[in-house]
Every structure is written in structure tokens, then in C-alpha cells.
Design a protein around this ligand. Structure first.
Ligand SMILES: NCc1[nH]cc(CCC(=O)O)c1CC(=O)O
Length: 310
């Protein structure tokens, strides 16, 4: 058990959303184990993704822009557990680390954010929308080739200011992040998965640890949400089989449905000119296999050159 003398060190990025997720993790650990706040110390770690604010992330390149420094701190023993947005996590972890604890998942949907327009469908012909997400950009270009897409980065406040300044008529954020920041009122509404399939693992928080750390394992087992684990096993296997990362226009969502796991996935050309969709319904324990199988199917249906952007 962590004590005030040897507290559990919880590593996190310093952004408001990352901190909210770290605090939620600490609260759950305290409730599950009857430990006090000073037995769980929050340690802020600056990552490459945090340092570069002026360029689209895909230009910086490389996987794990928000995770590399945190995983190094875990391996070095500077922290004991690391709290992550699973959406930003590479599909495989470095040797010696394990990522097998998930908190109950938040809203998986994307939010439609606009000062003047009620719904995505109400955007006028040729409207300017801001997003730096390859997935959202490709999905929007596919549904609404008339829209003009501009790059949009920065935290929620920065993006809202850009909207107020008239740089774009609308933007998109994860509902989960807005909910965790107590900012759900910023969203005009949530976009249903049928209209915009979310990113793999959107809305899920994962907690990583050293594989050999028995204390961390025992602490995390008590707060793990099994249903979220089953869904992410399917979604992440799908992404892994596509060799995807946050640099690729891929969407995937698994939901429990009538005792089964229902996995939907799609891959897009970055310019949105083509989308390939598929789905599987399998037993809850077979999600990973279904994810790989669905990825194989979509890849086999993709015409030559579909992945030229890789
Ligand atoms: N790529 C940034 C990122 N990573 C996780 C979230 C939101 C929270 C989540 O999906 O769990 C966001 C911001 C966004 O897409 O609005």
C-alpha cells in the first residue's frame, strides 16, 4: 500500500484535461483502497506534444508525441503509474510496461462546437470548419466536400477564441474531454457515431505501470473497468492490424449490444474521397480477433494506392 512516506507517484501531462484525468484516477484509488490524498502524489511531465503548439502534430511526426517522456519516467522509476487518454496511445507499449487498467468510459462521441450554428447538417454551403484531426477532416470532406477545412490546434480556450474571431464557423472536440473539464455547455450537441464514427479508444482513460510492479498492479486491479477493457481490446486490435496511429484517418467503435460486442470500423483516404466501412458482432471475449479480422477485410477491400499517404 502507498503511504505518506512512500507515496504512489501518478505521472501525467500538465494540460487541464490531463490533470482532470489524473485527479479522477487518484479519487478512484483513494475510494477503492481507503488511502489518503498525500499517499498519491501527482507528478506533471512535459511531453514533445505539449511543447510544440504552432504546428499540426502530423508534421512533427513520430508516434507517441504525448507519451514518450511519460513512459521514460515510468521505466526510470520517477513515477509509478501514468494516466493517459487512450486515444493518444500507440498500439503497443515499450518492453517492461503494461497498459491493462481502464476507467469506466466517458461519452465516446464528437461534439459539434459553433457560436452560430446548431448542428453539423446546418452548416451553410462552403462554410469554413477548423480541425487538425486527420480522421475528422477526412470524415467531413467525405460527407461535405463543399466545406473548407482549416488547421485548428491548441486547448479548448484557444479554439473557442478562434471561433469568436471568425476564423472558422465550427470546430469539433471530444465530448469526453468537455465533460471531464465541466465544459459540456461549449458543445451545441453530440454527433452520433452513425454520422461521425469516433477515434479508436475515444473517451477512455488508461493507466500504465511497470510490468513487474506488484504494488501498482494490486492498486490498479481494483479500479479497472472490465467492460471498457473488452471494448478497447477490439478497437485497439483493429487499429494495430491497420498499423494505425493518430497520423491515420481511421475510426473504430465497439459497443456492448445484447450480450455481444458490436465493432464498427472505417478507413478513409485523407482527402475524404473514399471511405471503407465494416462491422463485426462477436462474443465479448473475442473482440481482439474481431478487430484483426475487420482490419483484414477493410484492407482487402481497399483499392491499390488507398494507403499512399502512409
Ligand atoms: N488528441 C487530443 C485528445 N486526446 C483525447 C482527447 C479527448 C478525451 C478523450 O477522447 O478521451 C483529445 C481532445 C479532443 O479530441 O477533443
Amino acid at each position: 500500500m502507498p503511504t505518506a512516506k512512500s507515496p504512489l507517484k501518478i505521472g501525467t501531462r500538465g494540460s487541464p484535461l490531463a490533470l482532470a484525468q489524473a485527479f479522477e484516477t487518484r479519487t478512484r484509488l483513494m475510494a477503492a483502497h481507503g488511502i489518503t490524498e498525500d499517499a498519491c502524489e501527482i507528478v506533471i511531465i512535459k511531453t514533445t506534444g505539449d511543447q510544440v503548439q504552432d504546428r499540426p502534430l502530423k508534421e512533427i511526426g513520430g508516434k507517441g508525441l504525448f507519451t514518450k517522456e511519460i513512459e521514460e519516467a515510468l521505466l526510470a522509476g520517477a513515477i509509478d503509474i501514468a494516466v493517459h487518454s487512450m486515444k493518444d496511445m500507440p498500439v503497443a507499449q515499450p518492453e517492461g510496461l503494461l497498459l491493462d487498467c481502464y476507467l469506466p468510459r466517458e461519452d465516446v462521441r464528437d461534439a459539434f462546437v459553433s457560436p452560430g450554428i446548431e448542428r453539423l447538417a446546418d452548416l451553410p454551403e462552403g462554410a469554413v470548419v477548423g480541425s487538425s484531426s486527420l480522421r475528422r477532416r477526412a470524415q467531413l470532406a467525405n460527407r461535405r466536400p463543399d466545406l473548407k477545412l482549416v488547421e485548428f490546434r491548441g486547448n479548448v480556450q484557444t479554439r473557442l477564441r478562434k471561433l469568436e474571431d471568425g476564423i472558422a464557423a465550427a470546430t469539433f472536440l471530444a465530448m469526453a474531454g468537455l465533460n471531464r473539464l465541466g465544459m459540456a455547455s461549449v458543445a451545441r450537441g453530440a454527433i452520433e457515431p452513425e454520422e461521425m464514427l469516433p477515434a479508436v479508444a475515444q473517451g477512455a482513460i488508461g493507466i500504465e505501470r511497470r510490468a513487474a510492479d506488484a504494488r501498482a498492479e494490486a492498486l490498479l486491479t481494483a479500479i479497472h473497468d472490465n467492460a471498457t477493457g473488452e471494448r478497447l481490446a477490439a478497437e485497439r486490435a483493429f487499429l494495430r492490424a491497420l498499423d494505425g496511429s493518430c497520423e491515420t484517418p481511421i475510426a473504430g467503435l465497439a459497443m456492448h449490444d445484447g450480450g455481444l460486442l458490436w465493432l464498427r470500423g472505417e478507413i478513409l483516404r485523407p482527402d475524404g474521397s473514399e471511405v471503407i466501412r465494416g462491422a463485426r458482432r462477436v462474443g465479448v471475449a473475442d473482440g481482439a480477433e474481431a478487430g484483426r479480422d475487420l482490419a483484414d477485410e477493410l484492407l482487402s477491400r481497399a483499392p491499390a494506392g488507398f494507403f499512399d499517404w502512409r
